[in-house]
Design a protein around this ligand. Structure first.
Ligand SMILES: [Zn+2]
Length: 322
């Protein structure tokens, strides 16, 4: 249907601009309330990123290290660890820049959030920031992309938790709330990652087959997770250094899923549309993630208490397939 595609493409472009404006409008809506009321009262803390811990808080080797470092690829999503108000953003830094950052003793690009109740969180060495000062955010909202700006030797998030001006151990702080910093199961979503393995049939199997195709496999998407699908899963796992058991479970899912947002084309979009249809959205699975798909995503996100940004990242993928 070339006509429909052309229309969708136009809508995609228009949506982009509408989306930019909407982001600003959402920041100002009164129902969000003041920073202090957003997260602390709800008690919702959330894992700010996925990756591996490369340096801890005030370790013997680094007794003045004020946060915990979580390493991953450049551009890895950074999410607000709780609701609050953005009180500091720095974006003019670059790798190797030793100038003063947002806070004394810190370098690079950063974001500082005031959560109320004396709590603040700081996100450092960012590649870029997706928020501005004065903006209100909710837990799990994408606020930045991981980078290595400032005095840093590789892409990582330097994450700090402050209480009444003092520093807390971020890893322990989150662990006490049942959250593993850097883990692949960020809090704030709902549902657990399901298991898809040999013999699994139906929509979940189709989602995995589409995602494997998005990762370079060439499966016929028939919703029957049989030998060919298992082999493709193993090949994917091997390519990512995972145990190649052909079972897509809590470890493989977060590596397998692909961010899908407005304008995304191809197998990842087919996977997302198939996932949305599991929840009754009745989309045409055409791999063209246009305005209808974005609207369905926003409705789904609202129904799960997630940020309704129409963007399917790991926080949204998990309940989508759970
Ligand atoms: Zn650090």
């Amino acid at each position: 249907m070339p006509k429909k595609r052309a229309f969708e493409a136009t809508m995609n472009r228009r949506k982009l601009f509408i989306g930019l404006g909407a982001g600003i409008a959402i920041a100002g809506i009164p129902s969000i309330a003041t920073a202090g009321e957003v997260g602390i009262q709800a008690g919702v803390w959330s894992n700010p990123t996925m990756g591996r811990i490369t340096s801890g808080f005030k370790t013997p080797a680094r007794p003045t290290h004020s946060g915990t470092d979580v390493a991953n690829n450049q551009g890895t999503a950074i999410w607000a660890a709780n609701g609050g108000k953005i009180v500091g953003v720095r974006t003019n830094s670059y790798p190797g820049d030793t100038r003063q950052g947002l806070l004394p003793g810190r370098t690079g690009n950063g974001v500082l959030i005031d959560h109320g109740g004396g709590y603040r969180t700081y996100y450092g060495h960012l590649y870029s920031a997706a928020v501005s000062v004065g903006q209100t955010v909710v837990a799990g909202q994408r606020i930045a992309a991981m980078g290595t700006t400032g005095n840093s030797t590789g892409n990582h998030l330097h994450f700090e938790v402050h209480l009444n001006g003092g520093l807390l151990n971020p890893y322990t702080f989150l662990a006490n709330k049942g959250i593993t910093l850097g883990s692949s199961a960020p809090a704030g979503g709902s549902g657990n990652w399901p298991t898809v393995k040999k013999g699994t049939t139906g929509a979940r199997a189709r989602v995995v087959q589409h995602l494997l195709n998005a990762r370079g496999q060439k499966l016929v998407v028939d919703g029957d997770f049989a030998t060919k699908s298992v082999d493709a899963a193993k090949a994917f796992q091997r390519s990512k250094g995972l145990v190649a058991d052909g079972v897509i479970g809590p470890i493989s899912w977060p590596v397998l899923v692909v961010d899908v947002k407005n304008g995304k084309q191809g197998s990842a979009s087919k996977a997302a549309q198939t996932g949305l249809n599991r929840h009754g959205y009745g989309l045409l699975v055409d791999g063209d993630f246009g305005s209808l798909s974005v609207d369905a995503t926003k409705k789904f996100q609202r129904s799960k208490g997630l940020v309704a940004d129409g963007w399917i990242g790991p926080l949204t993928w998990r309940p989508l397939v759970a």
